[in-house]
Design a protein. Structure first.
Length: 146
């Protein structure tokens, strides 16, 4: 029996949209945690936590996630026309995602006050959201060429 029969292949251009959607969804989930925490926070300075998270997002987006996106795009580009549906990120990245999810769960259940965690969650969440735009842009460019 051939393993290729079980490989869920998709057109390569769809890997870009799948990647973008995954990054947007992860970003929205993280930002929603932060929104809930800051809504529940009874202090006067919610905007300071929000602004701090936004500034952190700009740093993470520019110096971190754009490099990851470019690396993923560089890996997807030379693939054949019907790569595996799950090839939008490398296998090592799947392990990294599992570690990040575990760390997120541990942080949420730690004693760190949620308003401070909101800064990190806004920072990572909004930077994921911003970085996903590059995937969507490449998808549109490839769709217009086809």
């Amino acid at each position: 029996m051939q393993m290729g029969k079980f490989k869920p292949g998709v057109k390569k251009k769809y890997l870009y949209i799948i990647s973008g959607i995954m990054w947007v969804v992860a970003g929205i989930i993280l930002m929603n945690f932060a929104r809930v925490w800051l809504t529940e926070y009874e202090g006067e300075n919610r905007w300071i936590f929000s602004l701090s998270g936004f500034l952190l997002a700009m740093i993470i987006h520019h110096f971190g996630f754009l490099r990851v996106v470019d690396k993923n795009l560089g890996r997807i580009e030379p693939m054949n026309e019907k790569p595996c549906l799950f090839a939008f990120i490398s296998w090592k990245s799947y392990l990294l995602i599992a570690v990040m999810i575990t760390l997120g769960i541990l942080l949420r259940h730690s004693r760190i006050p949620h308003q401070y965690l909101a800064i990190i969650y806004i920072g990572i969440g909004f930077s994921l959201f911003l970085s996903s735009i590059r995937y969507f842009r490449i998808f549109v460019q490839n769709t217009c060429r086809s």
